[in-house]
Design a protein around this ligand. Structure first.
Ligand SMILES: NC(=O)c1ccc[n+]([C@@H]2O[C@H](COP(=O)([O-])OP(=O)(O)OC[C@H]3O[C@@H](n4cnc5c(N)ncnc54)[C@H](O)[C@@H]3O)[C@@H](O)[C@H]2O)c1
Length: 257
């Protein structure tokens, strides 16, 4: 194997992806499967149309600690290791903040922040129990964890992003730094992917929104979902062996101006 192949080699790695049946989860499951990994997808809602052939799916709610512990334990038992934990599940709520209910606020916090924590905590405990040698944690945040949404973009679209979503994503970025520092001694790297606006081919954003977004993006367009793959494979692989605590923002430059 030449040095480039071995640098990015992920063959036979066991990769767990949460939010596996969503838009980006499907793409991430597919790319790790294509890289030769054993992929286990976790989702609260296993949708038959969203399955990737060759990927094993488990139904679990990441905001439920017991659910997370049991499912990650069963994966560890079955495959004897988890090389990569990819905390990708995330939710948002779109009603105006004047009408935000406590339940909706708690739901977004519960999945995005608490759920990510439960998965990391369960993974660390399994890592110690089985004395694994090294691991990698990837967390999906968002450019809205770094900047506020630009509300001028939402002229034909009610998907106005919420304050609680941004707060949880900022929390995921900071929690990743915390664990990067704490887990360095155990040889577990922790990094973040923060997508910008990703065009959704199955459920397209409004035409005005797409145009408005393009106007305010240095690269003049939304991302294609496949443009998230490179960073995920890089951060999971040995090519990133000295990279931890970092947040790769894949937003066509939106956060640069
Ligand atoms: N698509 C974008 O434009 C975009 C931009 C920035 C960040 N993100 C982030 O990327 C990640 C993936 O987004 P997406 O666009 O694929 O979203 P999506 O809504 O298409 O998919 C999210 C998936 O998570 C699952 N899920 C929700 N709650 C869960 C729970 N409690 N336990 C387990 N699974 C649960 C859902 O069933 C769904 O399959 C999210 O964290 C999101 O915040 C997406």
């Amino acid at each position: 194997m030449n040095y480039l192949d071995s640098l990015f080699n992920l063959k036979d790695k066991v990769v767990v992806v949460t939010g596996a049946c969503g838009q980006l989860g499907r793409v991430f499951c597919q790319c790790f499967f294509d890289a030769g990994c054993q992929v286990v997808g976790i989702d609260v809602n296993i949708d038959a149309d969203s399955r990737v052939n060759g990927v094993e799916y488990l139904k679990a709610d990441i905001s439920n600690k017991k659910n997370v512990e049991e499912n990650l334990a069963s994966i560890a038992q079955k495959y004897t290791k988890i090389d990569v934990l990819f905390n990708n599940a995330g939710v948002s709520t779109f009603e105006p903040y004047e009408k935000r209910t406590e339940d909706n606020f708690d739901w977004v916090m519960g999945v995005n922040l608490k759920g990510t924590f439960f998965c990391i905590q369960a993974y660390i405990n399994l890592f110690d129990k089985y004395k694994w040698e090294k691991g990698a944690i990837l967390n999906t945040a968002s450019h809205f964890g770094v900047v506020s949404p630009d509300f001028r973009n939402y002229t034909d679209c009610e998907r106005t992003n919420s304050e609680v979503y941004g707060a949880t994503k900022a929390g995921v970025i900071q929690m990743s730094r915390y664990f990067a520092v704490n887990l360095a001694d155990r040889s577990i790297r922790v990094n973040v992917i923060s997508p910008g606006g990703v065009f959704n081919p199955r459920n397209p954003q409004g035409e005005d929104f797409i145009d408005n977004y393009a106007l305010r993006c240095p690269m003049r367009r939304m991302a294609n979902q496949e443009e998230m793959i490179g960073a995920a494979l890089y951060l999971a692989s040995d090519a990133a062996s000295y990279t931890t605590g970092q947040n790769i923002i894949i937003d066509g430059g939106v956060t640069c101006w």
